[in-house]
Design a protein around this ligand. Structure first.
Ligand code: NDP
Ligand code: 2IT
Length: 454
C-alpha cells in the first residue's frame, strides 16, 4: 500500500485482509488508527517508515498444546498462547488470561493495546499478552496447579526477566502466578523476576494487587479535577467484582465517592445506600478467598436487607449515578448501554477493563459530552506497578506501600498530562482517546525508527 494514500479505510481493509476474522483485534486497531493516522500524515517520517503497519504485526505469536490431568484422572487438553507484540522500548510485558473465551483475536487486541499503555507509563516495557482457553472456575486447587505447571512447561521456553515478563489478567490472580512462578523456578533453576504479581514472600510488590483499580480511580480524579469537579460527593457504578473492580471500589470510597454497584457474569448488586469500606472487605473475602458468586453473597446475608438488591442477568448501567467504571471485560458497553448512561446523565466514565466500550458507544459518549477515559490510559496503573515490581526485583529491594502508592499517583497524573497534551482539540476540550493513542505511539515509533528496518 502506498502511504501517500494512507487513510483509515484503506489501512483497515489491508489489515482485515491480512488477519481475517480477528474482530476484536480490528476493533482495537481501528480506534488507534483513527487517532494516529492524521498525526502520521503530519509527521512524514513515520509514514515513510510504514510504522503503523509494522506496529500492527506482532513480533511473534506462540501457540501451544497444554495437556494436564484432572482430579478424575482424565487427560484434558487446552490451547496456550503468548503474543509477543513489540519490544522496542523494553522486554515484552503483559498479562495472561485464563478463560474459555480466549482466542488469538482477543489476545492480539490485548497485546496491541498494551503497546500504547506500557509506553504511556513512561517505564521501559514492551508489550505482550497470553493465556489459555482454560476455565479455572469450578476447578480444584490441584487441578489449577497441574494446569499452570503444564502451561509453564512450554511458556518457560519463551520468557525471562529481560525477555518477556507475564502477569495476571482475567482468571489469573495470585494463586495462578504462584504456581507458575514455582514451576519456572523448578524448570530453570533460576530465581528471577520472570513474572509480576508474585507473592510478597518471593519478590512481589506491595500495592500490585490494588494498583489497577486504584490507578483507575486516580485517573478519574485527575480527569474530574481538570474539569473543576471531584470524586468526593459523587455516586458511581462499577461493573465486575474481580481484581480491578474491587480495588477501584475501595479507592473511589476512600476518595469520598459513593459506590452503588458491583457485578459479575450472573448479574449485579445494587448497594442502595452506598457500599461501605467494611462491607467491601467482606465482599473481597467472599470473592477472592471463598471464590463465590455475587448471587451467593446475597443468599449468605443473615437477614433480609432492604439496602441491597440483586439484579439477575442485568448490567449496572441502568442505575442512575455520576461516574461509571466498567471493570469486567471487553465490549460490555455497546450502543444500548451507552444510551442508558446518557439518559441517566452520567458525568464521566473511566475504563478499568480493556476495551469495555465498543466504538459506537465511545462515539455516543463523546457526542453527549460525557468525559471518557480509555483503558490504555486509565487502567495503566496495574502494569505500571508491575514495572515497579521489576525495578525492585532488579535492585533487590522492596519499597514500602506509601512510596509505591505515591509513585502510582504520579504515574497516573503523568498519563493524564500526556492525554491533555496530545488530545487537546481546537475548541479547547480534551479527546482522551486521541491523547492516549498519540502519546503512547510516539515513544515506540521513535524507537522503531532508530532501529532502522527490522
Ligand atoms: P478477574 O478475573 O479478577 O475479574 C473479572 C471480573 O469480570 C469478574 O467479576 C467476572 O465475573 C467479570 N466478567 C468476566 N467476563 C465477563 C463477562 N463476559 N460478562 C460479565 N462479567 C464478566 O479479572 P480482572 O479484574 O483482573 O480483569 C478485569 C478487566 O480488567 C479485564 O478486561 C482485564 O483485561 C482488565 N485489566 C486487568 C488488569 C490487572 O492487573 N488484573 C490490568 C489492566 C486491565 P465472573 O467471575 O462471573 O466471570
Ligand atoms: O491489561 C493489563 O495491563 C494487565 N493485565 C496487567 C499486565 C501486567 O503486566 O501487569
Amino acid at each position: 500500500m502506498s502511504y501517500d494514500k494512507l487513510t483509515l479505510n484503506n489501512f483497515m481493509s489491508g489489515l482485515s485482509k491480512r488477519t481475517p476474522g480477528e474482530v476484536e483485534f480490528h476493533q482495537a486497531v481501528y480506534e488507534v488508527a483513527d487517532s494516529v493516522i492524521p498525526f502520521i500524515q503530519e509527521n512524514p517520517k513515520y509514514q515513510d517508515a510504514n510504522i503503523l503497519e509494522r506496529m500492527t504485526e506482532p513480533d511473534r505469536t506462540i501457540i501451544f498444546r497444554v495437556c494436564w490431568e484432572d482430579d478424575q484422572g482424565q487427560i484434558r487438553i487446552n490451547r496456550g498462547y503468548r503474543v509477543q507484540f513489540n519490544n522496542s522500548i523494553g522486554p515484552y510485558k503483559g498479562g495472561l488470561r485464563f478463560d474459555p473465551s480466549v482466542n488469538l483475536s482477543i489476545l492480539k487486541f490485548l497485546g496491541f493495546e498494551q503497546t500504547f499503555k506500557n509506553s504511556l507509563t513512561t517505564l521501559p516495557m514492551g508489550s505482550a499478552k497470553g493465556g489459555a482457553d482454560f476455565n479455572p472456575k469450578g476447578k480444584s486447587n490441584r487441578e489449577v496447579m497441574r494446569f499452570c505447571q503444564a502451561f509453564m512447561m512450554e511458556l518457560s521456553k519463551h520468557i525471562g526477566s529481560h525477555i518477556d515478563v507475564p502477569a495476571g489478567d482475567i482468571g489469573v490472580g495470585a494463586r495462578e502466578i504462584s504456581y507458575m512462578f514455582g514451576q519456572y523456578k523448578r524448570i530453570t533453576n533460576e530465581f528471577e523476576g520472570v513474572l509480576t504479581g508474585k507473592g510478597l514472600e518471593y519478590g512481589g510488590s506491595l500495592i500490585r494487587t490494588e494498583a489497577t483499580g486504584y490507578g483507575c480511580a486516580y485517573f478519574m480524579e485527575e480527569m474530574l479535577k481538570a474539569h473543576n469537579k471531584q470524586t468526593k460527593g459523587l455516586s458511581a457504578t462499577i461493573s465486575g467484582s474481580g481484581n480491578v473492580a474491587l480495588y477501584c471500589a475501595k479507592k473511589v470510597i476512600q476518595l469520598g465517592g459513593k459506590v452503588l454497584t458491583l457485578s459479575d457474569s450472573g448479574g449485579f448488586i445494587h448497594f442502595k445506600e452506598g457500599l461501605s469500606l467494611e462491607e467491601l472487605e467482606e465482599v473481597i473475602h467472599f470473592k477472592t478467598v471463598e471464590r463465590k458468586r455475587l448471587s451467593e453473597y446475597i443468599d449468605a446475608q443473615e437477614k433480609e436487607r432492604s439496602d441491597l438488591a440483586y439484579h439477575d442477568g442485568k448490567k449496572p448501567w441502568k442505575i442512575k449515578a455520576d461516574l461509571a467504571y466498567p471493570c469486567a471485560t471487553q465490549n460490555e458497553i455497546g450502543q444500548g448501554e451507552a444510551n442508558q448512561l446518557i439518559s441517566n446523565q452520567y458525568t464521566a466514565l473511566a475504563e478499568g477493563a480493556n476495551m469495555p466500550l465498543n466504538i459506537m458507544a465511545i462515539n455516543l459518549l463523546h457526542e453527549a459530552h460525557i468525559l471518557y477515559a480509555p483503558g490504555k490510559a486509565s487502567n495503566a496503573g496495574g502494569v505500571a506497578m508491575s514495572g515497579l515490581e521489576m525495578t525492585q526485583n532488579s535492585m533487590r529491594i522492596s519499597w514500602d506501600a506509601t512510596e509505591l502508592e505515591n509513585r502510582l499517583k504520579d504515574i497516573m497524573q503523568n498519563i493524564h498530562t500526556q492525554c491533555c497534551k496530545y488530545g487537546k482539540q481546537a475548541d479547547g476540550s480534551i479527546n482522551y482517546v486521541h491523547g492516549a493513542n498519540i502519546g503512547g505511539f510516539i515513544k515506540v515509533a521513535n524507537a522503531m525508527l532508530a532501529y532502522g528496518v527490522c
